[in-house]
Design a protein around this ligand. Structure first.
Ligand code: IMP
Length: 431
């Protein structure tokens, strides 16, 4: 098993960073391929917590090279801040082990203003306010700025000025009056660029070269499949394709080089921001939802917002498994459900009086989740041994496998780095 893609198969926040950190030990390169600093990836080593938004989660392993691929939208200020915080912790983040694609699209301050200004209009998505949507919109509209272009300031200045003037009109129409001047914006971008420049390369060629040399590449997904711009709960989604297929486009490798796809789910479901959530704990389940939120520390690592909590949704998971071509599942936060007497799993939706196992494409009528109940389990310690798991927890895992048709290959049993059961040891080997 050489290359591997890890993707979240819910609405994000599945605990990807911990799994990446684990797999990075035997990987040569970790690549981010979509999203931007809307992601918040938390790694706990000993008692120290590191939250990464833009830099790949392999960075704490000193032998791993970390690559920000072309599919990522790139906030230079955030990158520099994150890089400098890692330097302060003694982590080597020099250009030889931290590479950024020269063709990443740049998030500029006006993108953030637009993101926030649009949130006050009629469809409130509950975005992270980081400028992700407006930057991807400009990319698709062929109005974007690719980071490497900042090496030619005089060439790009007139085009960027036209772009700036258009955005100012747009912002004013949305009621936003305080806008930084063009010169301030341009000079700040150039100053940031000078510091980012040593990290810039053609990451596609760089990765092809490493792949040819037999190096192991780990693709790090951000957000989750249910936030995918095509197949998520549109329009309550993020602005990129979050599924494994995009690992190729967003890194400049080919789809045949992706290899094994590991799909990560929590033992329950969470969602931040607005949008449909059929298994959300409401009514009689509201207290259980609060308990899960507290025990699972379900607060966003990017915005600090409380996450909405609900039961595991097998209907959605099965669709996500199919969309990503998941070879194996990783399961996180199983320990959080310990102590709950009866656990629910959604096996069907009821839409317009009809039962279905199909995850819908349209969300005009919010589905009612139909549940199966299983026995809960007592508390268990963070462990690496499957035999430490209570039998009801093992039955829960078995039901998940039966429904999705995919085996659970990894189980995270606590927040710490070593609290992990690896059922498929191939995951930790290059070949
Ligand atoms: P955006 O990506 O900031 O445009 O936000 C769009 C939607 O995706 C909002 O509902 C966000 O809360 C959600 N979202 C974006 N990034 C993440 C993430 O890393 N985890 C969970 N939800 C996210």
């Amino acid at each position: 098993m050489k290359n591997l893609a890890l993707v979240g198969i819910q609405w994000g926040d599945e605990g990807k960073a911990k799994i990446i950190d684990h797999l990075a030990e035997t990987s040569d390169v970790v690549v981010r391929f979509q999203g931007g600093n809307n992601a918040g990836h938390t790694i706990v080593v000993g008692n120290e917590k590191t939250v990464l938004h833009l830099i790949p989660s392999g960075v704490l392993h000193k032998n791993t090279i970390n690559v920000v691929g072309n599919g990522v939208v790139f906030d230079m200020g955030v990158f520099l801040h994150e890089r400098d915080s890692l330097i302060a912790k003694g982590v080597d983040v020099g250009p030889s082990r931290l590479k950024v694609s020269e063709i990443c699209h740049v998030i500029l301050p006006l993108h953030q203003l637009l993101d926030r200004a649009r949130e006050t209009s009629k469809t409130k998505i509950g975005t992270t306010g980081r400028g992700i949507g407006p930057t991807y919109s400009d990319k698709a509209a062929r109005l974007g700025l690719r980071i490497g272009e900042l090496a030619y300031p005089e060439k790009i200045r007139p085009t960027l000025k036209t772009w700036y003037d258009e955005k100012c009109v747009h912002l004013k129409n949305l009621g936003h009056e305080e806008i930084p001047s063009f010169d301030d914006l341009f000079n700040q971008a150039l100053a940031h660029f000078k510091k980012v420049e040593p990290h810039l390369v053609d990451t596609s060629r760089f990765l092809h070269d490493l792949d040819r040399k037999g190096k192991r590449i780990l693709f790090e997904g951000a957000q989750g499949t249910l936030l995918d711009i095509d197949y998520g709960t549109y329009p309550f989604v993020t602005s990129s394709n979050t599924s494994a297929g995009f690992a190729a486009c967003g890194s400049g490798l080919s789809s045949s080089q992706i290899g094994y796809v590991l799909g990560l789910t929590k033992a329950y479901t969470t969602r931040v921001g607005s949008g449909p959530f059929p298994t959300e704990c409401q009514g009689a389940d509201e207290e259980t939802g609060k308990l899960i939120a507290k025990k699972g520390n379900e607060f966003g690592s990017t915005t600090g917002r409380a996450r909405r909590c609900g039961w595991l949704d097998l209907v959605a998971l099965k669709r996500a498994v199919e969309l990503n071509g998941v070879h194996g599942l990783a399961l996180s936060k199983l320990d959080v459900l310990s102590g709950i007497k009866t656990i629910k799993l959604a096996t069907h939706y009821e839409i317009d009086g009809k039962r279905t196992q199909d995850f819908p494409n349209f969300w005009i009528h919010e589905p009612k989740a139909i549940y199966e109940e299983v026995e809960g389990w007592p508390e268990f310690p963070g462990t690496q041994k499957e035999s430490d798991l209570p039998s009801a927890a093992r039955q829960f895992i078995q039901r998940l496998e039966e429904y999705t048709g995919v085996k659970v290959a990894m189980i995270s049993t606590g927040a710490k780095r070593d609290e992990m059961i690896v059922r498929d040891s191939k995951l930790l080997h290059k070949s």
